[in-house]
Design a protein around this ligand. Sequence first.
Ligand code: TYD
Length: 223
Amino acid sequence: MKKGLFITFEGLEGCGKTTQAKMLYNFLIEQGCPSVYTKEPGGTKIGQKVRRILLDQKNDGMDYKTEMLLFLASRAENVRLVILPALEKEKIVISDRFYDSTTAYQGYGRGIDLKTIRYLNNFVVGKAIPDLTFFLDIEPYEGLRRSTSFGNSREIRFEEEFINKKIIEGKLFLERVRDGYYHLFREEAERIKIIDANRSKEEIYNEIVEIVKRKIADSTNSI
Ligand code: TYD
């Protein structure tokens, strides 16, 4: 049975979600709340290997379905080895990206059938459904400008979309991904909180901490 609290961070490249996820994790540890930080793709031994395959530029041209299934494979490991065991011990789990990334990037970005993604996501996550999700919202080009990894690292995904600026239905890849997150938000406004990422690190952090404190208080009261 799931008992802890599961928080995920989502957003486009350069939105600052990794910084915020780690800041929240440190805050919770300082408060004495047993917490776990994980990320996708990655988070486990096999997940790390899958991450390397996914982000290796040499694997350019990977079939979209292969790509999606690899993200899901990394997730399956993360759920079984990290997330569910921690939730069962009533810990707070923070995941830097989770299943909304697949809906937004592979579904809205790549155009893979959303029903299939929903089915596979549910198949992989089982009871590990996020209680709270922060979508750090930023303009695609502002995010790319900020993203230190872009252009300097071999860990690049969607390079073709970024460099060739491939437009589908009048929109760039990251614009479609961003729309995808907005669709998800409209479907699940209770769970997903849109955070304006065009602010200082401290302002964003303060807003996130307040929401998390309220969530913890609510879940304690409802026991
Ligand atoms: P990440 O390591 O979070 O990169 P960044 O911090 O630069 O955003 O994620 C790597 C890439 O993988 C990122 O471009 C988003 C993408 N991704 C998907 O396309 N689908 C998924 O299901 C996940 C988890 C990530």
